[in-house]
Design a protein around this ligand. Sequence first.
Ligand SMILES: [Zn+2]
Ligand SMILES: [Zn+2]
Length: 131
Amino acid sequence: MKIVGTSIRLKIWLSLIVKNIMGKFRKPCLDCGILTAGGNRCDEHENLVQHLHNAKRAAVKKLTGQYSGDYQKRAKLVRETALVCHLCDSGARFDDPWVADHAVPAEFGSFATLLPAHKSCNEKRGNKPLT
Ligand SMILES: [Zn+2]
Ligand SMILES: [Zn+2]
């Protein structure tokens, strides 16, 4: 009788320990090794990683926006308001559409600006900088 009682108590005790261990099962943070309750990182490092992801996303968005939105808008405006080709100094030609030439004036170093040019004039110039 005494032996049976002890064995039941032992089973309950063991199941409580197992529950306790499973409930407190923790993984170490990938960055600092502090044990965390679920997830791969402690709260502090999880926030930091999220912050970095957001910053990276914002930077990429800003960069692509520069080239898709604003650049395209500026190039369109240059084409639509073109009066004189900046390469040959003559006006519009029926079979030579305007393009926005990505001109880099020598005196401005790396500063680039968009100027209207005939498609053929722009193709003739290629990638040579302005003189
Ligand atoms: Zn951490
Ligand atoms: Zn021209």
